[in-house]
Design a protein around this ligand. Structure first.
Ligand SMILES: [Zn+2]
Ligand SMILES: [Zn+2]
Length: 262
């Protein structure tokens, strides 16, 4: 299995995941053209994609989904509330597969388990993807870490995790009081220290890759996010995973997971 965060933040999110012949996008929150450009830059042909999984209907997660679906005849996978809320934005996709939150389904070589997360959308989900004995946990918009999310992300070999804001920068930054409240609420986004605490709990010898994503460009910096997470990681006795920060302009490198990864 290999994966790559194509970019992350409030202006667009997408992650590429490949196992065997199956090539998925988790979210398609950039324009169709921008997604093609970012895939091209990695040597990935968008025409070879198998499907797009949608986590929730916010524009920064679905912007290019309809276009890509029509252009490359890609099926979109989402739960019903998300499809209903996203209907106008998606237009007429080439194909739609409705999944049930909490029920595992198969997409080619990849087993997909969508699980509920706390965020202000119709029925937002995180994803656990499994292939060849490897597990990738993907969770980018969550206001709080529920027991369910913690449980689903336990035992993963790779994680893509939201690290949205520094509480101090948010408090003193330019957002309106209402928006600040929304971001830090249980239905908003994870602060750096919350992501760090979660990660410290999830560390185990098999976790080899962690990509921090959905950093706020206004209320965070890659340095602050890295600092918070590094501090939490080094405080545990577990071997540290490789840590990458994905930003809006630039995503991660391709992360390769192999069955014998520690
Ligand atoms: Zn988002
Ligand atoms: Zn969102």
């Amino acid at each position: 299995m290999r994966f790559c965060v194509l970019g992350g933040g409030s202006k667009g999110n997408a992650t590429y995941v490949e196992a065997g012949e199956t090539r998925l996008l988790i979210d398609a929150g950039f324009s169709g053209r921008e997604l093609e450009t970012r895939l091209d830059a990695l040597g990935i042909d968008p025409a070879g994609l198998s499907a797009v999984l949608l986590s929730h209907e916010h524009g920064d997660h679905i912007r290019g989904a309809g276009v890509l679906s029509r252009r490359y005849h890609l099926p979109l996978y989402a739960n019903r509330p998300t499809l209903q809320a996203a209907a106008r934005n998606l237009g007429s996709p080439a194909a739609v597969h409705e999944f049930t939150t909490g029920a595992t389904f198969t997409c080619g070589a990849i087993k997909v388990h969508p699980f509920a997360v706390s965020h202000d959308a119709a029925e937002p989900v995180g994803f656990l993807l499994q292939a060849g004995g490897l597990r990738l946990g993907h969770c980018t918009d969550l206001g709080m870490v529920s027991r369910l999310a913690r449980h689903r992300l336990t035992g993963c070999h790779a994680l893509v995790l939201e690290c949205n804001h520094d509480p101090e920068m948010l408090a003193t930054g330019p957002y309106t009081p209402a928006l600040k409240q929304r971001v830090r609420s249980r239905h908003g986004h994870l602060a750096n220290h919350e992501a760090a605490e979660l990660l410290a709990e999830l560390l185990h010898p098999g976790l080899s890759q962690v990509v921090l994503s959905h950093l706020s460009e206004t209320n965070n910096t890659p340095e602050l996010a890295a600092q918070a997470v590094q501090a939490a990681i080094t405080a545990t006795a577990q071997p540290p995973p490789q840590l990458t920060i994905a930003c809006q302009q630039k995503g991660s490198n391709i992360c390769q997971l192999t069955p014998n990864a520690k």
